[in-house]
Ligand binder design. Structure first.
Ligand code: NAD
Length: 460
């Protein structure tokens, strides 16, 4: 049983057998998954290192550690999450007991990206299984070592009728998308997100799209420049800048810009040394194609720091670019690499002109000690989620839903929000039989209507 339609049909049969509705069965699978992952910890780091020179440290904080905490969270809370939730009844339906049942959708397709190839495949898988679904997962073809390991882990833990991984690129994803799924969860680029949404629309399949965009980062004159530089260098260059919520570009108050750029340069050298190519902590670009793309966007811009490239070793140095044009090649798309453009502003109108030039971003960052300025920017601009005075860290709190808005995505997950994403809310009313107020039955009379109007007013 290796072809897509056979597996899908076996998964649908298993789902209808009600086996995955048993919360103890789900917990057993999730506990085995944890044991398997823990036993493969070093292999996971090795695979990520081979794929794009990701250090063990970054692999722990941004992949392995997050997956294990998600598993612990779900293992400790699943019995509580699946319980039907009693909801206050309405007098209009008196007598009744009202509930929300959390039920699985059925067969879920998950398509993952390459940039956090362990986290962004495992986390949705965990929550889809926790919610009682079956899963077909397609990890990225670009991180062969990690994707093969993910497939191996899934193969060791799950019967194929429950979860399975299909390896391959766009062709395999296209075949998978041609099937009828009960839910599709996609993480990746905006153009492919549109392809996924179109395929989902054909069967009216609900979909979560975790996409990308150009995330701005505003820095005003009230900040501590050194602290701000330290946080920006960490968040921008983590994973080699290949992070969906990385700061795509900075918008810095003109009066502090030159001083801030000097401190940024010093901070990059402090962290990665004078030649970041020699740093064991600095990841490589995922492949030659993306390295060439990044090298290409550096033509015709003012590189004020870094700029070294080596296509053969997929290396792009941490690079600062001064005041690129909004319609330059560098600024026309999500950068997704260790290149940081620095724009400047004098007034809030300057900021608006820059941010509203682009589609709604996945994230938003503002560094400022001016509370009024912070609140005004947080409220004015549309974005998925954001942080004041740091980068990326909103991803780390599982209590916060994570997702985009507009072209940066739809739907959200993380922690309990992930369980909710993969669960349908079934509204149930259990009507009491001990009395049966006759007001809504025919024959309809003026008196009944008067009573109903009052009831709507009082209890509606
Ligand atoms: P991608 O869209 O190229 O690929 C993602 C997945 O889609 C891969 O598994 C790939 O095989 C598959 N795919 C590629 N072409 C396809 C096609 N024509 N039809 C169907 N499937 C296809 O994205 P990527 O390069 O792997 O990842 C980078 C992008 O993902 C960036 O835009 C980034 O912002 C975004 N991203 C978003 C999040 C988030 O949580 N919002 C997280 C990570 C990455």
């Amino acid at each position: 049983m290796n072809n897509i339609s056979d597996i899908l049909s076996a998964q649908k049969t298993l789902f209808r057998s009600q086996k995955t509705k048993d919360v103890n069965y789900r917990l057993k699978l999730l506990k085995s998954l944890k044991t398997e992952i823990v036993s493969r910890e070093q292999a996971i780091y090795d695979a990520l290192k081979k794929d794009f020179n990701k250090s063990e440290f970054e692999s722990f904080i941004s992949e392995y550690g997050l997956v294990i905490s998600e598993l612990d969270l779900v293992i400790n809370n699943l019995k509580k999450w699946v319980r039907p939730k009693r909801i206050k009844s309405s007098m209009l339906t008196f007598p009744s007991k009202d509930y929300i049942y959390k039920v699985p959708y059925g067969s879920v397709l998950i398509i993952g990206p390459w940039n956090y190839p362990f986290l962004l495949t495992l986390e949705p898988l965990i929550m889809a299984i926790a919610a009682g679904n079956t899963v077909v997962l397609k990890p990225s073809e670009l991180t062969k070592n990690t994707s093969n390991l993910v497939a191996d882990i899934i193969g060791n833990v799950f019967p194929k009728e429950v979860a399975v991984s299909f390896q391959g690129g766009a062709e395999v994803a296209t075949d998978l998308l041609a099937q009828k799924w009960d839910y599709i969860f996609f993480t990746g680029s905006v153009p492919v997100g549109k392809i996924v949404a179109k395929a989902a629309a054909k069967h009216l399949t609900p979909v979560t799209l975790e996409l990308g965009g150009k995330t701005p980062c505003i820095i005003d004159e009230t900040v501590n420049l050194k602290l701000t530089a330290r946080r920006i260098v960490w968040g921008k260059f983590l994973n080699g800048g290949q992070t969906c919520i990385s700061a795509d570009y900075l918008i810095v108050k003109s009066s502090i810009k030159d001083a801030f750029v000097d401190i940024l340069k010093k901070e990059i050298s402090r962290v990665y040394g004078d030649n970041p190519k020699d740093s064991k902590d600095f990841p490589r670009i995922i492949n030659r194609k993306n390295t060439k793309r990044l090298e290409g966007v550096l033509n015709d811009v003012d590189v004020v720091f870094g700029g070294d490239t080596d296509i053969d070793s997929c290396y792009i140095a941490p690079t600062l670019v001064n005041e690129p044009l909004l319609d330059s090649k560098l600024m026309s798309d999500e950068i997704f690499g260790p290149i940081l453009p620095i724009l400047s502003y004098d007034s809030e109108t300057d900021i608006e002109k820059i941010i509203w030039y682009y589609e709604k971003p996945l994230a938003f960052y503002v560094f400022s000690n001016n509370k009024h300025f912070v609140e005004s920017t947080l409220n004015k601009f549309e974005f998925g989620g954001g942080v004041v005075n740091d980068l990326l860290i909103h991803f780390g709190n599982h209590r916060l839903p994570f997702g985009g808005v507009g072209t940066s995505g739809m739907g959200a997950y993380h922690g309990k929000h992930g369980f909710d994403t993969f669960s349908h809310n079934k509204s149930i009313i259990k009507r009491g039989n001990w009395t049966d107020p006759p007001v809504h039955y025919a024959p309809y009379t003026k008196k009944k209507l008067k009573i109903l109007k009052k009831m709507f007013k009082w209890f509606g």
